[in-house]
Write a protein of this length. Structure first.
Length: 110
């Protein structure tokens, strides 16, 4: 039996830093991840915006899923992302990337 309280309380990961910010920084600064996943996703997003289309957040979500997995593997944090990240964490990462990168896209950086 699961209590509703268990869903509303934050997951204690035992980490003494903001895992959301740290993951976003990792995705932007890890050369392999940035080159293979992050930049192509942002460039595709920029092309869609310039073409007058809406952003497909599922594409960004897929990139974030890969980023969370790479982050856990690189720093040997847990067996996998599910041990560290909640659904809310994933959504917060997506929102952070969208809001910060939208400014860069509007400036023509991608």
């Amino acid at each position: 039996m699961v209590k509703i309280v268990e869903f509303s309380q934050p997951q204690d990961t035992g980490l003494d830093f903001d895992v959301i910010d740290d993951t976003v920084v990792f995705m932007r600064n890890d050369p392999q991840f940035y080159r293979k996943k992050y930049f192509p996703t942002m460039a595709s997003m920029a092309d869609k915006i310039r073409g007058g289309n809406e952003i497909d957040r599922s594409v960004i979500g897929s990139m974030v899923d890969s980023g969370m997995t790479s982050y856990c593997k690189k720093f040997n944090l847990a067996k996998g992302p599910a041990d560290i990240f909640t659904v809310e964490d994933r959504n917060a990462i997506i929102e952070k990337i969208c809001s910060e990168e939208m400014e860069q896209i509007n400036n023509g950086d991608y």
